[in-house]
Design a protein around this ligand. Structure first.
Ligand code: ATP
Ligand code: MG
Length: 394
């Protein structure tokens, strides 16, 4: 008997047109995730089977792969005689603690001499005869024993663990995540990856007003996201110091944040187009701060055409924190380093900015030159979930 891992696909099984593309992408993503481990994969339209000697290690890694609905440990054997199947199943359930059970059979080998319903009954009767005090229960049994009669083999498995769900990373293309050191943006990134978007990140750095540690924090967050993002997140680091200083020098205090964020958006849109990202993603949440009122969002969003996804926009802070804790970004996010927005926050930022006024103020500085220079001085680093970062060689 060979122990294997069985994967049931997530939502992708409903996308009938793209199903092969989705499954192949999932297979590629799993291969990347398991690099360094020896394994073999076979798959069909309904499931994937992974053959490996490192079952536990693979199981742990698969918990971080999107596009998987359920992960099960199963057993494969070649002898399809009913006697051998009964014997094997009995051996498998010997150490499982249960009172009630049911057998569910699927017969993909239509030439097999016993049909599925009879087969379940025969195996069920055998288990009753060879165990003590067990009962069959059709609904809500403690143990459901799944048996698949396949062309070349028998596959037996039990209830599995839940996978992450979502779509395989990359199936929807690329997005650029505005990644700050806060709680919200890493969660937004995670939720975007869940929808099949492969992420790159952009971070606006303001040395010396922000410390080196603030950047380290962003790298650590990217490293957590990388686990879900095919092991890698590329961070585009934009030095924002000069732009911020110019804004502070020239623009009335209460519009600082509005204009600053319009700059962030515009730079993000340029980078997004350059890397073929279809959308920008950020951690804005309606009503959370002055720049996230509907009026603010409208005035800020007006600066670009690229669509902006805000996966956490309608979640409560506590709901966002909940996800942050689950995915492992919360403890990093709450480290106390300032980010570029918190440093220059005016006491009374405008809550209901006006587009006309914002456009007037923006004319007070040389916007295009500032954006051009900021992008010219971009640095790119690759964060890898396994190894340390490396400077991009391109
Ligand atoms: P977060 O908790 O994610 O920092 P926030 O509630 O503090 O969000 P803001 O500081 O207004 O809100 O930022 C809103 C969003 O803008 C962030 O979620 C993030 O996507 C983006 N953002 C803010 N600052 C930066 C930065 N320095 N670099 C990149 N993106 C940023
Ligand atoms: Mg923030």
């Amino acid at each position: 008997m060979e122990k294997v891992i069985i994967i049931k696909y997530g939502e992708l099984s409903t996308k009938s047109d793209n199903i092969n593309f989705f499954i192949k992408t999932l297979k590629n993503n799993i291969e990347k995730k398991l690099s360094g481990i020896s394994f073999k994969i076979s798959y069909d339209i309904g499931r994937m089977i992974i053959y490996t000697d490192n079952i536990d290690m693979v199981l742990n890694k698969l918990k971080e792969v999107f596009g998987i609905h359920e992960i099960m440990v199963g057993y494969i054997f070649k002898d399809k005689s009913i006697e051998k199947i009964e014997e094997n199943i009995l051996a498998l359930i010997k150490n499982i603690d249960f009172n009630t059970f049911r057998v569910t059979t699927k017969r993909s080998d239509k030439h097999y001499e016993i049909n599925s319903i009879d087969f379940s009954k025969i195996v069920g009767a055998y288990i009753l005869k060879n165990t003590d005090n067990k009962k069959v229960k059709i609904e809500g049994a403690d143990l459901e024993i799944f048996v698949e009669i396949r062309i070349n083999e028998i596959l037996v498995y039990f209830d599995g663990i839940k996978g992450l769900g979502g779509y395989p990373v990359s199936t929807l293309g690329k997005g650029l995540l505005m990644l700050s050191g806060g709680i919200d943006s890493p969660v937004a990134g995670f939720l975007a990856i869940k929808r099949g978007i492969r992420l790159e990140a952009i971070y606006f750095d303001s040395p010396p007003h922000t410390s080196k540690m603030a950047l380290e924090k962003v790298k650590d967050l990217a490293k957590v996201l990388a686990k879900y993002n095919n092991n890698e997140v590329k961070i585009h680091i934009i030095n924002f110091t000069h732009i911020q200083e110019e804004i502070i020098k020239n623009i009335p205090n209460y519009y600082l944040i509005t204009i600053m964020r319009r700059f962030m958006y515009q730079i993000s849109a340029v980078i997004a187009s350059r890397i073929n990202a279809h959308v920008i993603i950020n951690g804005e949440s309606v009503g959370q701060v002055a720049s996230q009122t509907l009026q603010s969002m409208e005035v800020i969003n007006e600066s670009i055409k690229k669509p902006v996804l805000r996966p956490v926009c309608c979640l409560d802070k506590l709901e966002i924190i909940d996800i942050a804790k689950k995915i492992g970004t919360y403890d990093i996010s709450i480290l106390p380093y300032e980010d570029c927005c918190t440093i220059f926050v005016p006491k009374h930022p405008v809550i209901h900015p006006n587009l006309k006024t914002a456009l007037e103020y923006e004319k007070l500085i040389d916007k295009n030159e500032l954006i051009y220079n900021a992008i010219k001085n971009e640095t790119i680093i690759n964060i890898n979930s396994n190894n340390k970062e490396y400077q991009d060689l391109l």
